[in-house]
Ligand binder design. Structure first.
Ligand SMILES: [Zn+2]
Length: 324
């Protein structure tokens, strides 16, 4: 009971379900501590140990402040930092990681994956929300650690392979380059990536960048409770000093595509919303909530989309006011 009390004290109640349950199917042949929907005491103890060692995330979190891994639901785990999200989805047939944060944060993500007892070499696919340094910069490190294939929508591929965006990126003149990745597999809008029991659907959500992608999947726990998880990409219109979203001559259709992305995010299956920056949706506080119901609001994706819509319309109004 000491371990259980420790877990409760650490607000990691969801892990209890894993500890109390039978080992996951196939766990005999599996070298990872966390696989499928299951977990084990070693992984839980490791998470508890790191909880004690790390300071709580600041209100305005630093990208590179480490934080302990957290269970999102079932086989899905938050393995990012205080300021940059990364999500590990585990199965007995290999794992998937969404986002690599920055080059500097990638070792913190790798460490969090190891804290869960997961061998990074069993990660088969690396996915990305969008082709910017703060979410793609660590993919090269994580690709070296895992040997995994990066999966992205076509408009993101060139940036991921070169580490540089082009003028299609609203922030082209202001973003930092990042280490390029090697193997990139293309996935289309609405297509599903499968790995054993894992099925992840890609949703085209361009606007913040041309390659912006949101990912949805279903995670079930040992009790058979399933939740739809949505990793919804950034919907923030930010640019360098030159770019104008409303310049239909330079880049026709961008505003219409951005509005469609906002509608797409609003309609995603979304029991639990994950955002590339956790503070954009109060994610870590939701994951630390004492009950699984505390992880989700009833319309988190719709609220997140509404915030994005408000920012886009404000940005367009500003562009109109300063029209040349
Ligand atoms: Zn970005």
């Amino acid at each position: 009971m000491t371990l259980r009390a420790g877990l409760l004290a650490a607000s990691l109640l969801p892990l209890l379900g894993a500890c109390a349950s039978a080992p996951s199917p196939g766990s005999n042949s599996n070298t990872d501590s966390v696989a499928g929907a299951g977990s084990n005491l070693a992984a839980a103890a490791a998470v508890t140990a790191t909880t004690a060692a790390l300071a709580p995330c600041a209100a305005d979190p630093d990208w590179h402040q480490p934080t302990q891994p957290r269970r999102i639901h079932g086989n899905s785990w938050y393995v990012g930092t205080c300021g940059l999200s990364a999500v590990l989805i585990t199965s007995d047939e290999g794992h998937v990681l969404i986002d690599g944060a920055t080059e500097k944060a990638a070792p913190l993500i790798e460490a969090n994956i190891r804290k869960l007892g997961v061998d990074p070499r069993r990660i088969r696919y690396l996915l990305n929300s969008h082709e910017h340094n703060d979410h793609a910069g660590g993919l090269a490190h994580l690709q070296r650690a895992s040997g995994a294939t990066v999966v992205a929508r076509a408009p993101a591929v060139e940036a991921l392979k070169t580490g540089k965006t082009d003028r299609g990126d609203p922030q082209y003149l202001s973003v930092s380059p990042f280490p390029p990745v090697a193997a990139v597999q293309v996935i289309g809008d609405g297509e599903t990536l499968r790995l054993g029991p894992i099925a992840l659907t890609a949703h085209a959500t361009p606007g913040h960048t041309p390659g912006g992608t949101s990912w949805t999947w279903r995670a079930c726990d040992e009790a058979g409770v399933c939740r739809a998880i949505a990793y919804a990409d950034s919907l923030t219109p930010i640019s360098d000093e030159v770019y104008r979203y409303s310049d239909e001559t330079a880049h026709p259709g961008v505003v219409a595509a951005f509005r469609r992305s906002i509608e797409t995010v609003a309609a995603l299956p979304c029991d639990i919303l994950v955002t590339p920056h956790p503070n954009a949706s109060d994610l870590l506080a939701r994951l630390d909530a004492p009950s699984p119901q505390g992880k989700s609001g009833s319309n988190d994706c719709r609220a997140y989309a509404a915030t994005g819509a408000g920012k886009l319309e404000a940005r367009l109004a500003k562009e109109r006011a300063s029209a040349p």
